[in-house]
Design a protein around this ligand. Structure first.
Ligand code: IZC
Ligand code: ZN
Length: 410
């Protein structure tokens, strides 16, 4: 035994190795007066405190002081690696310019593309490392990270190599997503077919040659990629062995949720404007809804219909959407608080959404996202006596300690 967490006031966790749906999403395990045993970075016991202690005298003990303990948070949707920031867009936003208007005028994603292209691999790696350290402090032990600010073969590969380096060299596990279809770069502004052809014939094969991604995502949106283009690109990516994801129905209801179902995407993201038909088709195909409430907040948009999705049998995950434009916030606790207060999800539903269902959305549910025996010992000790408290005391960082693979990392 390497480590024992004793004197846990309340252990709160979903259970299982796949996404949970419907009423099951709030059916979490709650154990008072609990303890967790960890060996070789994995959980070997999670349950009621045991007397007499079965652990060897040499085991390291952490006294949790009666606090709340949960699985590490999983941020299933981030655009983590980018050059520059976009604080200059704040003034435009306050003047009433919309996200798509800023993008159309050459700002938005395209301004981040310029800064990302200009940055070296090591500059991007240093910046990403600092951001991940901050995410960890807020309780995140695994996340997803997308490319999509390179939009040329070399710059997309550069971003994905940074993601790989970061995964290897710091504690938070990172799952990589190729998102060459994030916008049409300016050198292709008069030739969208040419850019899509570049994605299909050069980017996808190059990404696969270096095994740099597990998922392929696309920004299916008015004035970005159409539903038809999205379906075509995702089906081609699938042939290369990538698992589809899709930014769907964020701003306009153009049928993104339906496309997610059609190509058997593992998840669809945003879904603010998803229709009843879209939600139904996602439920039928077990597509996970990755909802991003911090983006609704920052763009001053409606909040996605989480309750309708849960009632329809769609598994709901919550993530930050951390990016320099529409969600410059990497604090998973803030996203969770918004999910509770704005989606009216219960604390238990949000916990599942931010752990097990997030893990399932990035294909990590076998090993992450709950405190089941055999899973990675990714654990948050909260400065909180119970689960409600972390949704009530919003605005503070309520994480006391983070354990990653059995090691106290914060
Ligand atoms: O940089 O604006 N929505 N992609 C789709 C983003 C937001 C990121 C950005
Ligand atoms: Zn996004």
């Amino acid at each position: 035994m390497d480590l024992v967490l004793k004197n846990i006031g309340l252990l709160a966790t979903p259970t299982g190795t796949s996404a949970v749906t419907g009423a099951e999403q709030r059916d979490i395990t709650l154990i008072s007066d609990a303890e967790i045993g960890i060996r070789d970075g994995k959980i070997v016991y999670a349950g009621k405190a045991q007397e007499p202690s079965p652990y060897p005298a040499a085991a390291k003990i952490i006294d949790c002081g009666g606090r709340l303990v949960t699985p590490g948070l999983v941020d299933a949707h981030t655009h983590l690696v980018f050059g520059g920031w976009r604080q200059k867009e704040l003034a435009l936003k306050l003047e009433g310019k919309s996200y798509l208007e800023i993008l159309k005028s050459g700002g938005g994603i395209l301004s981040t593309v310029e800064h990302t292209r200009a940055a070296s691999e090591s500059e991007l790696t240093d910046k990403g490392r600092a951001l991940l350290a901050e995410m960890l402090m807020f309780g995140v032990t695994a996340c997803e990270a997308k490319s999509g600010y390179g939009l040329s073969v070399n710059d997309e590969l550069k971003q994905l190599r940074v993601i790989r380096t970061l995964d290897i060299t710091q504690p938070v596990d990172i799952v990589p997503t190729f998102m060459g279809a994030h916008a049409i770069p300016k050198e292709y502004s008069d030739d969208r077919a040419g850019y899509i052809n570049l994605i299909l014939t050069e980017m996808l094969p190059a990404v696969m040659r270096e095994q740099l991604a597990e998922f392929c995502d696309i920004f299916c949106e008015t004035a970005v990629f159409t539903p038809e283009e999205s379906l075509h690109i995702l089906l081609e990516a699938k042939k290369h062995g990538l698992i589809p994801k899709i930014h769907a129905d964020e701003i306009d209801p153009i049928g993104g949720a339906e496309i997610a179902a059609k190509c058997n995407a593992i998840s669809a993201e945003h879904l603010i404007q998803a229709t009843d038909d879209g939600i139904r088709s996602m439920a039928e195909q077990n597509v996970i809804a990755v909802l991003l409430p911090a983006t609704s907040f920052y763009l001053d948009k409606p909040f996605a219909r989480a309750r309708d999705m849960i009632n329809a049998g769609v598994a709901v995950a919550i993530a930050t959407d951390f990016n320099p434009g529409s969600s410059p916030c990497l604090n998973m606790q803030f996203a969770m608080n918004l999910a509770c207060l704005k989606y009216k999800m219960t604390p238990a539903e949000v916990l599942t959404a931010a752990t097990l269902n997030g893990a399932a959305a990035i294909n990590l549910a076998e090993t992450h996202g709950s405190l089941d025996v055999g899973k990675h010992a990714d654990i948050v000790i909260w400065e909180a006596p119970d689960l409600e408290y972390i949704f009530y005391r919003y605005g503070s960082n309520l994480v006391k300690n983070v354990i990653k693979n059995g090691v106290v990392s914060y």
